[in-house]
Write a protein that binds this ligand. Structure first.
Ligand code: PAF
Length: 298
């Protein structure tokens, strides 16, 4: 990023009477980006799959404070879903999404068709390593990070943002895209933002819409257990014992547990018990047919 662009980061430039433009073709996007560059405006990208909730909107608000222009991409990316997953039923609320973005004075939504992102003959895949092979989400969704890495790389190349916002809720994904941007030498800085939670602690997620009332009532147990484990480990309890108890508590709350792990917060590698090593606790568990993930720092 050049110095002039860097200087204007962090400054909120007001655009009165902003009109929300929904762009669906690459030439239209290219023209808009060229316009922003021509005016030396900085760009923040917030990649989403739509079904926007307050977690997404908080990313948008942070993006607005950090760049002159905010592009929100809405694209339900088929390549990150396995055949047995919820691509067909993934919530699609496009009109409500646009309304929410309009209220935030966002000026550009990038909403390409599947055939624009993956035209016939498309044959390239980015298969990430490092944090993408940490043995967490990748164990249970082996297809997932190649789909995410490929689409995120495309979005970053298409939108040429100075920064791109990702929620810490998808902590492994945040690490994967950070590594990807670094390894591919992309000019975009990846910015992580804190998880937004319901009052009872449940992390906001588009998939919370799938929960029945009973499941919704049980769901905050994930965050409660994460915090209890984090507190115990911070107080000096060996992580193996804290995690064993945590796993039992999650199952007792009605979940089928995929994993509850303590990892190095930077690399996601298993802990080496080095004093002062930054620790992140990560969990994935299923309740009914809904799979939830969450994480906290220790
Ligand atoms: O976190 C998401 O919503 C998606 O994985 C992302 C980053 C938009 C890529 O499709």
């Amino acid at each position: 990023m050049n110095t002039k662009r860097q200087k204007s980061m962090g400054r909120l430039r007001r655009h009165p009477n902003v009109i929300l433009h929904t762009l669906r073709t690459l030439p239209a996007l290219e023209r808009a980006i060229a316009d922003f560059h021509g005016r030396r405006e900085t760009i923040a990208l917030v990649p989403t799959m739509g079904a926007l909730h307050d977690g997404h909107l908080s990313l948008v608000r942070i993006a607005k404070r950090r760049a002159d222009r905010v592009i929100v991409s809405i694209f339900v990316n088929p390549t990150q879903f396995a055949a047995n997953e919820d691509l067909g039923t993934y919530p699609r609320t496009f009109a409500a999404d646009l309304e929410a973005l309009r209220k935030l004075n966002i000026d550009l939504v990038w909403a390409p068709a599947v055939t624009t992102m993956y035209p016939s003959g498309f044959a390239t895949q980015i298969v990430p390593g490092g944090p993408a092979k940490a043995g967490l989400e990748d164990t249970f969704r082996p297809h997932f990070f190649a789909g995410v890495a490929t689409v995120v790389a495309k979005l970053l190349i298409q939108c040429e943002p100075d920064i791109a916002m990702f929620g810490e809720k998808d902590y492994q994904q945040l690490k994967v895209v950070t590594q990807l941007a670094c390894d591919l030498g992309l000019r975009t800085r990846i910015v992580g933002a804190p998880t937004v939670r319901e009052k009872d602690g449940l992390a906001l997620s588009s998939r919370n819409a799938y929960l029945s009332p009973g499941e919704r009532e049980a769901a905050p147990a994930l965050y409660r257990v994460l915090r209890e484990c984090a507190g115990a480990i911070a107080a000096g309890k060996p992580s193996a014992g804290a995690l064993r108890q945590g796993r039992e508590a999650i199952v007792d709350a009605g979940f089928v547990l995929d994993y509850l792990e303590a990892r190095n917060a930077e690399t996601l590698a298993p802990l080496e018990s080095i004093k002062g090593e930054p620790i992140r606790l990560l969990v994935a568990a299923r309740i009914g047919t809904t799979r939830l993930i969450d994480n906290v720092a220790v």
